[in-house]
Design a binder for this molecule. Structure first.
Ligand code: UD1
Ligand code: MG
Length: 452
């Protein structure tokens, strides 16, 4: 049996008041529509079809190759949107999951139940329902005296009696595809000037076809994101789910309420995440680390047994046993090899620091390659920018950089080279050589200059 999904994502989402199409608003760092697509991937036998319209290029780009696309030129309602997918799917699929793209919280198991319900239903469709006194402007399910579903009424058209109904239309359906395509043509324009997919229930009723209903597994799945209040509610649910997942995987979260882990992040066992910590993008954290409090880590790979205290890490790599902070900043291309110690108020950008190198206090290292076991004294600066170009600094293994050294790049310091406190290094320094002063020079030359 061929099963696919049609995701309705052409609407503007006026109520978001945003320049970004609604379905691209991020939840836990991923576009809302991606959550929706993830939930159905295991159920479909063919890639889903996303119906795009408003901001279609941006939506296509964000979704990429995991789906096919149908265009709804004018947004004339949810039924009209499904019709846009007909030419791609007619005679190709037996069962169709049709899902509003603004339902990021519905669980894969719930969609599985919906699909199973329609497989066992001789009628035209099955739909997801929520039971709640908080209607959130959802359509109301209307049943007859025998309990059969006979219509869905939208809030704007509902009578006061209907408004009091607590059985709500979640906005996800499973259709007998063959019946669907002809039934869509029989939907009338609503008083609001749109073709409502919800009116298809009345068409099924007219055909004497049974409409099955499937309840949500969890009440919190029923958030349709129409405005930014809903978006924050959905974010809270996704965050709680992600945090629960990692705790069950063996990660300690000292205070889950202030721990913000995006969907793509991976964390090893026995790592402890302290409060007020944000882990974003393609971040990977190894085992036995201590991250936070007050850490922001984005697109960064962290090895095992690392400590990141109150620091900001972006696009960096930390090998095992690295410690940083408080108040460190790693920027794009910072690579700290095993056992590097980076204390307070340090910044590293596009640079490699070799094994065991120590940079304790107040330093900036940019566009540099630094060997193993180098001591970088307090206040050391790589002067990498000459006003036009970025230049490189190279420092050999076991070098000792005195406090407050300025390394005016491009410049190379050999293995075991040393600089005195306050040196301004403008020329290369050979291996095992000491330089001091401004501009830095071997110490005996300075004595001659002074006439000793
Ligand atoms: C819809 C349902 C409502 C349900 C609610 C639950 C209809 C008429 N109403 O209302 O019963 O309780 O969802 O979430 O279906 N879209 C298009 N093209 C269009 C219009 C909409 O692709 O022409 C897409 C939107 O991008 C969105 C989805 O369809 O992802 C639902 O549209 P939305 O405007 O959010 O409908 P609701 O008012 O929430
Ligand atoms: Mg909606």
């Amino acid at each position: 049996m061929e099963v696919t999904a049609v995701i309705l994502a052409a609407g503007e989402g006026t109520r978001m008041r945003s320049a970004t199409p609604k379905v691209l608003q991020p939840l836990a760092g991923r576009p809302m529509i991606q959550h929706c697509l993830d939930a159905v991937t295991a159920l479909v036998t063919q890639p889903p079809v996303v119906v795009v319209g408003h901001g279609s290029e941006a939506v296509r780009q964000a979704v990429g190759a995991s789906a096919r696309f149908a265009i709804q030129e004018k947004q004339l309602g949810t039924a009209h949107a499904v019709q846009a997918a007909e030419s791609l799917l007619r005679d190709k699929a037996d069962l169709l999951l049709v899902i509003n793209a603004d339902l990021p919280l519905v669980l894969p198991e719930t969609y599985k139940n919906l699909l199973e319900a329609q497989k066992n239903n001789a009628g035209a469709l099955a739909l997801l329902t929520a039971d709640s006194t908080e209607a959130r402007s959802f359509g109301r399910i209307v049943r007859d005296a025998a309990g059969r579903v006979i219509a869905i009424v939208e809030e704007a058209q509902a009578t006061p009696q209907q408004l009091a109904l607590t059985e709500l239309n979640v906005g996800a359906y499973c259709f007998d595809a063959e019946w669907l395509w002809q039934a869509l043509r029989r939907i009338q324009l609503s008083p609001k000037g749109e073709y409502y997919l919800t009116d298809i229930v009345a068409v099924a009723e007219a055909d004497g076809k049974q409409v099955a209903t499937v309840p949500l597994l969890e009440a919190e799945e029923a958030v349709g994101v129409n405005n930014r209040v809903h978006l924050a509610e959905a974010e809270a649910v996704v965050r709680r789910r992600i945090n629960t997942y990692w705790m069950l995987e063996g990660v300690t979260l000292i205070h889950p309420e202030t721990t913000y882990i995006e969907a793509q992040v991976k964390i090893g066992r026995d790592t402890v995440i302290y409060p007020n910590t944000t882990l974003q993008g393609e971040t990977r954290i190894g085992e036995g680390c201590a991250i936070g409090p007050n850490a922001i880590v984005r697109d960064t790979t962290i090895g095992d047994r690392c400590v990141v205290l109150a620091s900001v890490l972006e696009g960096a790599v930390l090998e095992d046993d690295v410690d940083i902070g408080p108040f460190g900043h790693l920027r794009q291309g910072a690579h700290l090899a095993q056992g590097v110690h980076m204390g307070n108020f340090g910044e590293v950008k596009r640079s490699y620091l070799g094994r065991g190198t120590k940079m304790g206090h107040f330093s900036y290292i940019g566009d540099a390659h630094i060997g193993e076991n180098v001591n970088i004294g307090a206040g050391t600066i790589t002067c990498n920018h000459d006003g036009v170009r970025k230049n490189r600094t190279e420092i050999g293994d076991n070098a000792f950089i005195g406090s407050d050294t300025m390394l005016v790049a491009p410049v190379k310091l050999g293995k075991g080279a040393r600089t005195g406190a306050g040196a301004v290094v403008t020329k290369d320094v050979p291996a095992n050589t000491l330089v001091v002063g401004v501009p830095a020079h071997p110490p005996n030359r300075s004595k001659e200059d002074e006439g000793d």
